[in-house]
Design a binder for this molecule. Sequence first.
Ligand SMILES: Cc1cc2nc3c(=O)[nH]c(=O)nc-3n(C[C@H](O)[C@H](O)[C@H](O)COP(=O)(O)O)c2cc1C
Length: 399
Amino acid sequence: MLTNKKIVLAVTGGIAAYKAIALTSKLTQQGADVRVILTGGALQFVTPLSFQAISRHDVYTDTFDEKNPREIQHIQLADWADLFVVAPATANIIGKYANGIADDLLSTTLLATEAPVFIAPAMNVHMYHHEAVQTNMNALKERGSHFIEPNEGYLACGYVGKGRLAEPEEIVAVLNDSFSLTKQLSDKKVLISAGPTREQIDPVRFFTNHSSGKMGFSLAEAAAELGAEVTLVAGPVQLATPRGVKRIDVITAEQMYQAMLSNYDNQDLVIMSAAVADYRPVKTFEQKLKKQAGTLQIEFERTTDILLELGQQKKQQYLVGFAAETTDVEYYGKEKLTKKQLDAIVINDVSQEGVGFQGDTNEVLVMTKAGKEKKLALASKKVIAEQLIRQFIDDIGVE
Ligand SMILES: Cc1cc2nc3c(=O)[nH]c(=O)nc-3n(C[C@H](O)[C@H](O)[C@H](O)COP(=O)(O)O)c2cc1C
């Protein structure tokens, strides 16, 4: 399963660093292409030579030791990797990564990578349970890092408790699982819309809404990480395109409709998470409207109901809609599910704190045509996106 997978193994300064030598060996034996980063701390415990000999590649230790003038080493490593694993991970690197500190090669590379990151902590039991370390780990989990829990047992410091690095075999098993999950959507096509639309009133003014696009971008990222071929139709938002995702930028509801429709036919999963304007000005003024005495009236007309159209034209697609409601959330959600012939609806109660448009978190209720109802508790949009994609995979029946 790990054959030809490009793995960056990062080793930090704990006693368990010696186990990373066995881990390098196991990963290479399974066919992975491994590049090793050793922190300054790790160099106190292990030498680059062992890792170089086993991985058959140079070992990376210094941000400023730029060997190849045609590339910047930490960006090259960050882009090259299919996956990062930090084992053992010290309290120090967890703290730095959680807080965006980039003061050595590993911390800098971690911030630069878009690959999934697996962290296997190892430390003294009191350090592990320290509130600061727990807070940092939770922050990283919220942002999508995967943790490989330490085991309980005898620790090198003499204590007995939680903090022993997971065994190399356990770490390899977790990485194998992650790649087999990746396969789950590898022959599937996913189409997602995200962000607001913008309807022009005159050259300087437009009609829009507060959608940030974060939920749709997180969904696209989660589906791409699971191997799907993802097309993301994005309204005007300031977000980076997730790795491996094909992005189509649109501005108006009409452009979004055209982009969704022309890509709709051969999709397996279609998620309409964009907040599309229901109305647009009947007339777009060619010149800027001048201030006048009295009130101003602008006449609006309905835009195309994209979700309704997609529902009517549905064949094999599993079609998911989003609903942002402020009252009678369940009632309106159910109504939309039926009326638009959806397979599932994700409902946000945007009147609640931490839910909906601009923030980084969300809490949703998912209802399916088959009658399933599931509440996903308040979490980062990235975590919610992963849970949603996994639920849709179950519903579609992907093995
Ligand atoms: C003998 C010894 C063992 C250590 N073991 C650990 C450990 O298991 N986990 C940990 O978080 N820190 C451990 N430390 C502390 C780290 O080495 C120290 O925090 C260092 O700054 C980590 O740097 P790095 O994260 O850049 O590798 C140990 C230090 C010493 C001297």
